[in-house]
Unconditional design. Structure first.
Length: 259
């Protein structure tokens, strides 16, 4: 597939996909083409606009799916209009990589407690590793914080940046497996975060608190304080779910500050 999608028309399910899950429609489509050999290394994906129209999703959802595939090392993206522009397949999923792609689909049905507990384990490891790494760079995460500090963001815009911030930290850790797992759990995480936001009455106050917590986490990482960073990220994630009335059972959330 070098110029147009291999299957014409958007399916009714794709057209009706909620915004929080629309990027998964794109991922499933590309995943299928990769696994069945329709797409091979060297093939170029259609432009964002074309994929968006064909699959019946927004361009932001297309970009999100492509970002996941790039994190997994399956595509390379380039800007401009030359021969290296756009998204090009550079690898096919095999073994564990194929399983991680399947995780994108399966994660939506995972038990809530398990998703939150796994996220806490992964993100605690991420910030601790970053804090201990003298060569770390949190520049990308800092850029996202700047964007999140805008006071005219809609709730969906804020939450999209929030999700990107947490993924940026995972990517900054240099652990491609953790980054891929975080990307794989993105759908499940996003669905609960969106549901939680709808339950928060005083959203402006909650957003201000989340901004403050994000800054504190990055400050601890940049200061090399892994213990504080772990505690802050735990309290940040668990606190959001509790404030939204979605708190999992206590047994499902490990607390790194307790033995």
């Amino acid at each position: 597939m070098t110029g147009t999608p291999t299957r014409s028309g958007a399916s009714p399910a794709a057209a009706a996909a909620p915004a929080a899950r629309a990027w998964r429609v794109v991922l499933e489509r590309i995943e299928t083409d990769l696994l069945d050999g329709t797409l091979r290394p060297g093939d170029r994906l259609p432009p964002e606009r074309e994929l968006s129209a064909t699959l019946g999703v927004g361009r932001s959802s297309v970009r999100e799916a492509l970002r996941v595939l790039e994190v997994m090392g399956l595509i390379r993206t380039g800007t401009g209009s030359g021969p290296t522009s756009g998204a090009i397949i550079i690898a096919t999923p095999q073994g564990g990589m194929s399983a991680l792609l399947r995780l994108q689909v399966a994660a939506q049905g995972f038990p809530f407690d398990d998703v939150v507990a796994t996220r806490l384990v992964l993100e605690s490891a991420v910030v601790e590793a970053l804090a201990a790494d003298a060569t770390r760079s949190t520049a990308d995460a800092r850029d996202i914080l700047v964007a999140m500090d805008a006071d005219d963001l809609t709730v969906p815009e804020f939450l999209a940046l929030d999700a990107q911030l947490h993924l940026a930290l995972a990517e900054a850790s240099g652990n491609v497996v953790i980054a891929a797992m975080m990307a794989g759990l993105r759908t499940a995480i996003e669905s609960y975060v969106q549901a939680g936001a709808a339950r928060i009455v005083e959203w402006d106050a909650a957003a201000a608190r989340l901004r403050s917590e994000h800054h504190a986490i990055l400050d601890a990482v940049d200061a090399g304080d892994g213990t504080r960073a772990r505690t802050l990220v735990h309290d940040h994630i668990a606190g959001y779910y509790e404030a939204a009335g979605l708190a999992p059972t206590a047994a499902g959330i490990p607390n790194p500050t307790r033995p």
